[in-house]
Design a binder for this molecule. Structure first.
Ligand SMILES: Nc1ncnc2c1ncn2[C@@H]1O[C@H](COP(=O)(O)OP(=O)(O)OP(=O)(O)O)[C@@H](O)[C@H]1O
Length: 218
C-alpha cells in the first residue's frame, strides 16, 4: 500500500491562510490524528490531502504519484469522509454504501457482502434498509464511515468521525479506523476529541493553521 506525502502544503481562502506550509508523511498501517480547536484548519488539511480543494501551495503524492485533482486522488484509492457525512438522504443506508462500489466496478455479490460487513462493523446491521433521513446524526456518521470501510481505501481521510457519537460508539469507530490501518491503509482522522486522538500512532496539532507535533509518527 502507498505512502501519503505532503510537501509544503498550504491552503488559503482569499487572504485568509487556513494552513501554513506543511510537510507530512504517513506510512501504510499508520493512524494519525489531526487535532486542534474549531477553525484551526483541520478540515482544510484533510481536503487538501484528498485533493478536494486546490492548495495555495505545495503538493500531495500517494505512492510517489503526484496527485493532480480529486478524480485522480479517487483513482489512487484516496477516500474522504466529510464532516457533513455526504450521504444521499433519500437512499437507504445500504444503498449509500453499495452504489459507489457498483459504480467502481465491484461485482454485485462482493459489494453486497462488503456492505453487510461494513454495516456490522459500525453496529448498524439492523439499519441497512432505513432511509438516511430516518437516522440520527450519529447513525448517519457511522453509515458514512461504513461506506468508506466498504471502499477499501488506500488512504482514508476522516473528518471528525466521532463528533456525534456516544462513548461506546466512539470506541467502536476508533477501533474500526485502527483496523483499516492494520489492513495496510494510511488513515488520517481530524478530531476535537482528546480521547480519540490519544488512541492513534501520532498527533499533529493545528492552531490557526500552524502545525505542531504533539506525538510525532515514528
Ligand atoms: N470555504 C471557505 N471560505 C472561506 N474561509 C473558509 C472556508 N472554509 C474554511 N474557512 C476558514 O478557514 C479556517 C480553517 O477552517 P477549517 O474548516 O479548516 O477548520 P477546522 O479546524 O476544520 O474547524 P472545525 O473543527 O470547526 O471543523 C477558518 O478560519 C475558516 O473560517
Amino acid at each position: 500500500m502507498p505512502e501519503l506525502v505532503a510537501h509544503g502544503l498550504s491552503v488559503a481562502y482569499g487572504d485568509l491562510v487556513a494552513l501554513q506550509p506543511l510537510d507530512l508523511a504517513v506510512r501504510p498501517g499508520q493512524l494519525l490524528a489531526v487535532s486542534g480547536p474549531s477553525g484551526a484548519g483541520k478540515s482544510s488539511l484533510l481536503w487538501a490531502l484528498g485533493a478536494a480543494l486546490r492548495p495555495a501551495g505545495g503538493s500531495v503524492s500517494v505512492g510517489g504519484a503526484a496527485v493532480t485533482d480529486r478524480e485522480h486522488a479517487a483513482s489512487l484509492g484516496v477516500v474522504v469522509v466529510p464532516q457533513g457525512n455526504g450521504l444521499a438522504s433519500s437512499l437507504t443506508a445500504a444503498e449509500n454504501i453499495i452504489v459507489p462500489q457498483l459504480a467502481a466496478g465491484v461485482p454485485a455479490d462482493d459489494a453486497a457482502r462488503r456492505t453487510a460487513d461494513a454495516l456490522t462493523l459500525v453496529g448498524l446491521e439492523e439499519s441497512g434498509n432505513h432511509l438516511i433521513e430516518e437516522l440520527s446524526g450519529g447513525q448517519q456518521q457511522r453509515v458514512a464511515l461504513a461506506r468508506a470501510f466498504a471502499a477499501r481505501a488506500e488512504v482514508l481521510l476522516a473528518d471528525e468521525p466521532t463528533s456525534d457519537l456516544d462513548a461506546a460508539n466512539r470506541e467502536r469507530m476508533v477501533a474500526a479506523l485502527r483496523a483499516e490501518a492494520e489492513r495496510g491503509a494510511v488513515v488520517v482522522m481530524a478530531t476535537h476529541d482528546p480521547e480519540a486522538a490519544a488512541q492513534t500512532d501520532g498527533e499533529l496539532h493545528l492552531d490557526a493553521g500552524v502545525a505542531t507535533w504533539v506525538r510525532p509518527l515514528v
